[in-house]
Write a protein that binds this ligand. Structure first.
Ligand code: ATP
Length: 234
């Protein structure tokens, strides 16, 4: 098992947000965490990344207990986090933004070179000399993903990547995700957009009110009108 989240409980101050959340993700799987606004998707990803560590339960990455480790250590072990609020440096060029993401990871060859990143994201090569802040929302999303890849993660956490993007950008993003998957990347993404999730994920979990309410293959979920209606408002 690549990542195992075992009955975690996460709080913001005194507010109990996640209740015994458990997930299992195998190598090279793309798994989506679906749920409405405020259901607990971001909190789950932040818990895994160590940004909001759980109070109880355990998180295991490639057999190692990472519960409670600081985020930089978790990143070094190979987990990359792409937050919803595209954190690029607006005054740096696209190329400089990518350079910030470069990080040498011991015991591993450099998988993602600038050249390969530009192959995957031609738009970033075209705009490599432009300041990050001048890019469109979708391009900034691409830049955030690309920068995270420059850190050579083997596991990607993507928080609502399609949120707020124009349809064309959503399509491009989907194609990029498919290509990253082909490279053998394991991905956990959160989404409200079940259409996007269906196209690009193997399996789904549904979180509602901070608890996992459903687990199944994408094909099973697609057929389950009642579950979709109850938890996803579709
Ligand atoms: P969204 O699509 O809005 O990001 P989400 O499923 O990612 O939704 P979370 O952001 O994980 O949901 O939020 C889960 C719950 O935690 C919500 O009730 C939210 O109000 C609460 N919450 C989130 N951040 C904080 C915080 N910093 N302090 C207190 N409560 C918070």
């Amino acid at each position: 098992m690549e990542l195992e989240v075992d009955r975690i409980n996460t709080f913001y101050g005194l507010s109990h947000i996640l209740f015994d959340v458990s997930l299992k993700i195998q190598k090279a799987e793309v798994v989506v965490l679906l749920g409405r606004n405020g259901a607990g998707k971001t909190t789950t990803l932040r818990s895994i990344m160590g940004l909001t560590p759980p109070k109880s339960g355990a998180i295991t990455f490639r057999g190692e207990d990472i519960t409670g480790l600081p985020p930089y250590k978790i990143a070094r072990m190979g987990i990359g986090f792409v937050p919803e609020d595209r954190l690029i440096f607006p005054d740096l060029t696209v190329a400089a933004n990518l350079d910030v993401g470069r990080r040498s990871r011991p015991n591993q060859g450099k998988k993602w070179t600038l050249e390969r990143i530009y192959q995957l994201f031609p738009v970033l090569e075209k705009f490599s000399d432009r300041r990050g802040g001048t890019l469109s929302g979708g391009e900034q999303q691409m830049l955030t993903i690309a920068r995270t890849l420059m850190g050579d993660p083997s596991f990607l956490l993507l928080d609502e990547p399609s949120e707020g993007l124009a349809p064309l950008m959503v399509r491009m993003l989907g194609e990029t995700l498919d290509l990253i998957k082909v490279e053998g990347m394991t991905i956990l993404l959160s989404e409200q957009n079940i259409k996007f999730a269906s196209k690009h994920s193997d399996r789904a979990y549904i979180v509602d009110n901070g608890a996992i309410k459903y687990e199944g293959t994408m094909a099973q979920l697609e057929r389950d009108e009642e579950v979709k209606k109850r938890y996803l408002a579709v």
